[in-house]
Design a protein around this ligand. Structure first.
Ligand code: VGL
Ligand code: ZN
Length: 242
């Protein structure tokens, strides 16, 4: 499932169009005040995913200011960092004849191939300069195994190898995961789906995320997230406490 954004389990939400589900959510609009059981997880807000980066997500840098602002309302903050060795198997350059955005078969299933990006200890892997979340308690690095990609903050793309984030959250008594960052249809989506799978309440703050959106991947991601009980909200629904 991880490599194919269109192959999502839609049961449970196919009967009603996405727009209806979203309209209903807007009618229910209520505000949320983060508690000490909540955690904000900022996904991959790194130079390579922002303007001028190797895998720039359109307007990716716009996630920075909102994440900074939201983080002031959360006691608990975790960040993730895409962290690949040179020659990583998710890079098109590691597959002769393949170009970025083509798909290939990995032992764990289909995998989209990317331009070389987020290579360990380069400027591209660094967090965006504007990201200011001094109280970040944990940074999860992912995608460092040469032969497995990792979109999710919880499981690598083989859906077996864990990052340890669930254990950390459980041990700290954190129950509800709020997500911001990049990219909505890849690392944010798979983090949200895995957070649900791990039994966490899961909330994606849509306007604090930006998408790559290839071949309908953003619509597919939204449908998959809504279909598994992920809440999609806007940042204005979070009550600023600081
Ligand atoms: C991402 C593609 C490759 C992401 C990471 O952060 O969404 N996308 N590596
Ligand atoms: Zn990557």
């Amino acid at each position: 499932m991880h490599g194919d954004p269109n192959a999502q389990g839609l049961s449970g939400c196919l009967q009603r169009p996405l727009t209806a589900i979203r309209r209903q959510r807007q009618d229910e609009l209520k505000t949320i005040t983060p508690t000490d059981k909540d955690v904000l997880v900022g996904i991959d807000i790194q130079n390579d995913f922002c303007a001028g980066g190797a895998l720039a997500v359109p307007n990716g840098e716009e996630t920075v200011a909102l994440t900074n602002r939201l983080a002031r309302s959360f006691e608990n903050v975790v960040l993730t960092q895409d962290w690949h060795p040179k020659g990583h198997l998710s890079f098109a350059s590691s597959h002769p004849g393949k170009s970025p955005l083509e798909t290939t078969d990995m032992p764990y299933g289909p995998q989209v191939l990317w331009p070389d990006h987020c290579i360990q200890n380069t400027k591209g892997t660094a967090f965006h300069d504007g990201l200011e979340v001094a109280h970040t308690a944990l940074i999860i690095r992912k995608g460092f195994r040469p032969n497995i990609d990792s979109y999710s903050a919880f499981y690598e793309n083989d859906q077996q190898t864990v990052t340890g984030l669930s254990g950390y959250l459980r041990q700290r008594g954190l129950r509800r995961v709020f997500l911001t960052g990049l990219a909505t249809d890849f690392c944010v989506q798979y983090s949200a789906l895995d957070a649900r799978k791990e039994g966490f309440e899961t909330v994606v703050i849509e306007d604090a995320c930006r998408a790559i959106d290839i071949e309908g991947s953003l619509d597919a991601a939204m449908a998959a997230m809504l279909g598994t009980g992920v809440d999609i909200i806007q940042s204005k629904e979070i009550v600023a406490i600081n």
